[in-house]
Design a protein around this ligand. Structure first.
Ligand code: CO
Length: 134
């Protein structure tokens, strides 16, 4: 069901400093920051030859990554995103298999303007998984 690795997301407290590290220390190509109020984060995308890294920093009150950053004050890996051909078919297949979809279960528009869903980390080896319709 899952296809290409679309991105690995790293949660950070200070987006500017994290962007500098990727751009200046690691020599990567970084995007401008994109606020996603519906997701409670601001993102910066780092384009690598084979995939992307998504830096995410809290945006507004009650950001869904606030708790993670309290537990991991230096930041860290937050989720991985796999592409799927049909997000509704994937959701139904996962529900039958017992995986929990987070939130109200309906896809939201993600950072790339495409529908995304998140799966409960307890059902997927302790890793928060984002599915994005390719
Ligand atoms: Co993501």
């Amino acid at each position: 069901m899952i296809g290409r690795l679309n991105h690995v997301a790293i949660a950070v407290r200070d987006l500017e400093s994290a962007t500098r590290v990727y751009r200046d220390t690691l020599g990567a190509k970084v995007s401008a920051p994109v606020p996603l109020p519906e997701h409670g984060v601001t993102t910066v995308f780092i384009t690598l030859p084979n995939t992307k890294i998504e830096l995410i920093a809290p945006l507004g009150a009650n950001s869904p990554i606030e708790k993670y950053l309290e537990r991991n004050p230096d930041g860290g890996m937050h989720h991985v995103c796999f592409e799927v051909a049909d997000i509704f078919a994937a959701r139904e297949q996962l529900k039958v298999a017992g995986a929990r979809v987070l939130g109200d279960g309906e896809p939201k528009i993600g950072a790339h303007g495409k529908p995304v869903l998140f799966l409960h980390p307890k059902d997927i080896s302790g890793t928060l998984i984002e599915l994005e319709q390719a």
